[in-house]
Design a protein around this ligand. Structure first.
Ligand code: ZN
Length: 263
C-alpha cells in the first residue's frame, strides 16, 4: 500500500481481504495518509528526514512553519477531526535508494525533495512504473508552501526525475496516470510555471513591495481562497522562496520600502 488516502471503500475492502503488511508514505502531508487507520496491523515506512512528523503534531507545525495562532488552532483541529491524526506506531524511516522486495515486486525509494524535505517517489522497476506522489504535474504547478519546502531542491528533483525511464507515471492528484510523453510535457510545464511565477514577481518588483503587499497580490493562487489565514501563509511561503533566491542572485535588493529590482 502506498499513500492510503484515495477511495475509502476500496481501501476498506483491501484492508479486510488482502492482508496489507506494509504501507509506504511519500511525505508527511495529511492528504496522503488520511486512511492510515484502516491498517492498524501494517508496518509503516516513512521518509527519514521528516519521520518526526508522523508521531508529533508539533513536528508537523515546525515543518510547515506555522506561527499564526488561528492557523495553529484550525490545523490542530482539522488534523484530528478530518484526517484522524494520531501518532503512527510500527514506524520505520527509509532512506533514498533503499530497495524493498515482496515476492517479485521490488520498490525502490527515489529521492525527490523540494515539496517537502523527505518527499520521495516509489519506483517499481519490473513493472516500469513510478509513483511520483506530489510531483503531480498538475496545471497549477508545483507547490512549495511549507517553511521546509525548497525551490532549488525541487528544480533539482525535476531534473533527476527526467532521467528515470518508465512506461507508466502515476501522481497523487489530478490526472493521475501519465504516458512517458505526457510525463515529459508535465515536467516542462512545471518548470515553466516556476519561471512564470518568478517573472511575474520580478515585474511587480519594478516598484518596491513588502512581503505582505506581495501576498495580497495572490501571485501564486491568482485569487482569494478560504480561509484567508491559510492561503496568506502559503502565498507568503511560496513567494518568499522566490524572494530568497532573487536576493541571493542579486536580481533584487531589500530596502526600507520593501523588495525592489536591483540597479
Ligand atoms: Zn504534499
Amino acid at each position: 500500500m502506498v499513500d492510503p488516502a484515495s477511495d475509502k471503500d476500496f481501501l476498506t475492502r483491501l484492508a479486510r481481504n488482502r492482508g496489507v503488511a506494509r504501507v509506504f508514505i511519500s511525505h508527511f502531508h495529511e492528504d496522503h495518509q488520511k486512511y492510515n487507520y484502516l491498517f492498524p496491523e501494517a508496518h509503516f515506512h516513512v521518509p527519514a528526514p521528516e519521520a518526526a512528523a508522523f508521531t508529533s503534531m508539533e513536528a508537523i507545525f515546525d515543518l510547515m512553519g506555522l506561527e499564526d495562532p488561528r492557523y495553529l488552532e484550525y490545523w490542530r483541529e482539522t488534523l484530528v477531526r478530518e484526517f484522524r491524526f494520531r501518532p503512527l506506531k510500527n514506524l520505520t524511516p527509509y532512506e533514498p535508494g533503499r530497495l524493498f522486495q515482496n515476492g517479485e515486486v521490488i520498490l525502490e525509494i527515489i529521492r525527490a525533495p523540494g515539496h517537502t524535505p523527505g518527499h520521495s517517489c516509489f519506483l517499481f522497476p519490473h513493472q516500469e512504473l513510478i509513483f511520483l506522489a506530489d510531483v503531480d504535474l498538475s496545471p497549477f504547478g508545483p507547490w512549495y508552501g511549507d517553511a521546509a519546502s525548497d525551490l532549488d531542491a525541487l528544480e533539482a528533483t525535476l531534473d533527476r526525475l527526467e532521467h528515470i525511464r518508465a512506461r507508466t507515471y502515476l501522481t497523487a492528484h489530478e490526472q493521475g496516470v501519465f504516458t512517458p510523453e505526457e510525463f515529459e510535457m508535465g515536467l516542462a510545464h512545471f518548470r515553466r510555471v516556476i519561471r512564470d511565477r518568478e517573472a511575474r514577481l520580478v515585474e511587480l518588483l519594478k516598484t518596491p513591495h513588502t512581503l505582505s503587499q506581495l501576498v495580497a497580490r495572490r501571485l501564486i493562487y491568482g485569487k482569494v481562497k478560504e480561509p484567508p489565514f491559510v492561503y496568506d501563509h502559503i502565498e507568503a511561503q511560496m513567494v518568499d522562496k522566490h524572494l530568497e533566491r532573487l536576493l541571493r542572485r542579486g536580481v533584487i535588493i531589500s530596502t526600507p520600502q520593501g523588495y525592489v529590482v536591483a540597479g
